[in-house]
Design a binder for this molecule. Structure first.
Ligand code: UD1
Length: 424
């Protein structure tokens, strides 16, 4: 198994390019199932989750050509509409094929994703929305069996009682080929939703209200979509935020190329509050962290445009070395604090009470062996290791490989002493 070995205490400098957003690329790839002609997707991040979803589409019968950061997906002929357990168990986001398969082919079976390390993560909102559009849904033998009415799904007024990124995406894709209009109330507003809605519109299913929590989709009534131009995946706001935190914790000045500043405003605001300064030139963002200790920070995670739960762990790492106490409250997932005990192994002083972590400042962190537990928790450990005295080995980095393109290569390019090693 691979692990990362990091020698802490080096300042970072220079610039790196931010990759395409994994969480935007996933629904974009799933939406290719809505088309009966090939779809080209550009700026895909080179990460395991993307390869997993492309593999699933291949198993369904789509022809997939994938090279570098581009994929061409031809879903004109699909042989199966069954998303098997073996793939869905590897990646929960596979559930995103449910909406498009159902609306285009009238039936499908998708394995239940089950819980995951950060919480239960049910899919009740996805299923309820599809039922409102006429689908009959049964759960049997660990699979969701969904059947659309003979004439296809119909539009509906879907009111989410909780904001869900995945449920909004599945509903948008199902609505794209439905009859009549679908109104989604309390929709998620993440930039990834904006990209998907824009793509569906370009493909022929007009979406109104993009960027707001009320989306209206004018379905094509069963006509597959056609995408005239390649879809270019937006930059990864969480990857950008992670490198900003890397600069903050190492008191460095670095530049990130290809950043969409609007998407990371809440992250930039928090880092500014901690004492970092920023300058933007076009799509290149430079962060300069002070040489003195950073100020503490108070964070409550929220849906976009609030502070992203996917940045909670990284900020906790930065907060360990601040000059005063920080309070970090997790509001989205019930079990997203597994990095706490690992950060404490590196010398942090973090106390948990329910869904709030009190981060008491320490003078220094010390290198140790630590274990990655989920994707963003893993990057928090890498950040802490960059600032720790001595050597840290971060194990189970397959979590990192799911969502960060070449993390060690990019950090090395910035001057970090980090190397991937293999252990039998
Ligand atoms: C997406 C992101 C993930 C991010 C999360 C929240 C992708 C591939 N993943 O995950 O990185 O952390 O948004 O920003 O884009 N919920 C229900 N019932 C449902 C669906 C969700 O109760 O049917 C709950 C979840 O358990 C969670 C909350 O709603 O507590 C938000 O989850 P959701 O927005 O759906 O997250 P994902 O789409 O799975």
């Amino acid at each position: 198994m691979d692990y990362l070995q990091i020698e802490g205490g080096t300042q970072l400098h220079g610039s790196i390019r931010i990759s395409g957003a994994k969480n935007s690329a996933l629904p974009v790839i799933a939406a290719a199932l809505l088309s009966d002609v090939p779809v080209e997707i550009e700026n895909l991040p080179n990460v395991v989750d993307i390869r997993t979803l492309l593999k699933l589409l291949g198993i369904l019968g789509a022809r997939v050509e994938h090279a570098d950061d581009t994929a061409r997906i031809d879903a004109s002929r699909i042989e199966s509409t069954r998303a098997v357990y073996e793939i869905v168990a590897q990646m929960r986001a596979s559930i995103l094929v449910l909406g498009p398969l159902l609306s285009r082919f009238g039936e499908c079976e998708v394995s239940l994703p089950g819980g995951c390390a950060i919480g239960q993560r049910p899919i009740d909102l996805h299923l309820k929305a599809l039922e409102q559009m006429g689908a009959q849904i049964e759960i049997r033998s660990g699979y969701v069996h969904a059947i659309a009415p003979e004439e296809g799904l119909h539009g509906a007024k879907v009111i989410f009682d909780k904001i869900s990124v995945g449920a909004t995406e599945n509903t948008l894709m199902a609505a794209a080929l439905a009859h009549d209009r679908t109104e989604i109330i309390n929709a998620a507003r993440e930039p990834e939703i904006g990209q998907l809605a824009q793509m569906l519109t370009e493909g022929g299913a007009r979406v109104e209200g993009i960027g707001t929590s009320r989306l209206i989709v004018h379905g094509t009534g069963g006509e597959p979509l056609r995408f005239p131009d390649p879809i270019r995946v937006i930059p990864d706001r969480i990857e950008a935020g992670t490198y900003l935190c890397a600069a903050a914790i190492t008191h460095s000045k670095i530049t990130l190329e290809d950043v969409e500043i609007e998407h990371i405003q809440s992250i930039v605001d928090k880092l500014e509050g901690m004492g970092c300064s920023f300058s933007l030139q076009g799509r290149a963002l430079t962060i300069a962290a002070p040489s003195s200790r950073l100020k503490g920070v108070n964070i409550v995670t929220a849906e976009y445009p609030g502070f992203p739960t996917d940045m909670q762990a990284q900020f906790m790492a930065v907060a360990t070395l601040a000059e005063d106490e920080s309070l970090i409250e997790e509001r989205l997932f019930e079990n997203r604090f597994m990095h706490v005990s690992e950060l404490n192994r590196l010398g942090a002083d973090i106390w948990l009470k329910g869904n709030v972590a009190a981060v008491k400042p320490v003078e220094r962190l010390y290198g140790a062996d630590v274990m990655a537990t989920d994707l963003r928790a893993s990057s928090a450990l890498v950040l802490a290791a960059l600032a720790a005295e001595g050597t840290t080995r971060v194990r189970r980095i397959y979590h990192l490989d799911r969502g960060y393109e070449n993390l060690e290569g990019k950090l090395e390019a910035l001057g970090a002493r980090i190397v991937r090693k293999h252990e039998a």
